[in-house]
Design a protein around this ligand. Structure first.
Ligand SMILES: O=C(O)C(=O)CO
Length: 276
């Protein structure tokens, strides 16, 4: 007699969140949430959506209003001039006021939207500054932001990045060393599979060693930073491994779409884009 053996289910069931600082750039920032909603997404995230640490009140209102019909799940603190290569103010000696200001603005947005995850980009190494002093400042900033986040039940995430030589967090271990030093339960690792793969990190080791420290995951294929299927990464495979290892959070879709966002989303059935 032959029995059917139940095979473990293929794939994963982690929920997705559309990163609207990189997707739907065909339309202005304030129209992107509506475009994402029309494409079936219910959850969104953004890099800092304003041109400075202290946006005008009307700009914050317009941003919050634009989120009609979707939930804001993640927001980067102000990271400086990203287009010019700046990658965060957490360790930037001399820009402490901007970091503090953006924290206040982000918490105000959290209050109005329910957003409970903030990406604190660490910042590049600075000419003429002692890296140890930058790390000391980062510890002070992260501690302060972690306290503020804890008061509303939110987390901070620390992200290793590729493509930025002067940015010191390149691997999961680099970020986890900062987390260990800080010892704060609500400061966690942002595992962007694209950045980690480009930096040569071992994604299997990421899953086996670091899953309990992960607060957020983002995806893009590598090389290229485009949609899944355009490169060599087994993105679905790693997401399944992360889920099997206990990760239950969101997966941020953070790739440069080719040739355009709607066409690029062919890999993701509409029924998997949103949550009931
Ligand atoms: O700068 C980048 O590439 C990021 O992912 C920022 O969050």
């Amino acid at each position: 007699m032959k029995f059917e053996v139940a095979m473990p289910e293929e794939g994963h069931s982690l929920p997705y969140v559309a990163n609207l600082s990189i997707l739907f750039k065909e339309v202005p920032l304030l129209d992107r949430a509506a475009a994402a909603r029309d494409a079936g997404f219910t959850d969104v995230e953004y890099w800092w959506p304003f041109g400075s640490a202290v946006p005008a009140r009307e700009d914050v209102d317009a941003f919050v209003d634009s989120l009609d019909g979707v939930r804001l799940r993640g927001l980067n603190f102000y990271a400086g001039d990203m287009a010019a290569g700046e990658r965060g103010l957490v360790s930037w000696i001399g820009r402490e006021t901007e970091f503090a200001d953006s924290l206040v603005v982000a918490l105000g947005i959290a209050e109005r939207t329910g957003c409970r995850s903030f990406n604190a980009l660490y910042g590049n190494r600075l000419d003429g500054e002692d890296p140890a002093k930058q790390d000391d400042l980062a510890r002070v900033h992260l501690d302060k932001a972690a306290d503020a986040a804890a008061r509303i039940g939110a987390q901070l995430v620390l992200e290793p990045l590729s493509g930025a030589d002067r940015y010191p967090l390149k691997t999961a271990a680099d970020a986890v060393a900062v987390l260990d030093d800080l010892g704060r339960e609500n400061v966690r690792l942002l595992a962007d599979l694209y950045h980690l793969a480009v930096n040569g990190d071992d994604l299997d080791a990421l899953v086996t060693v670091h899953t309990p420290r992960i607060g957020h995951v983002q995806i893009a294929d590598a090389p290229g930073r485009h949609q899944p299927g355009t490169g060599e990464l087994d993105i679905d495979g790693y997401l399944a491994k992360l889920q099997n290892a206990g990760y239950t959070g969101f997966v941020g879709i953070e790739y440069v779409p080719e040739p355009d966002t709607v066409t690029s989303l062919g890999w993701l059935p509409k029924t998997r884009r949103g949550r009931a």
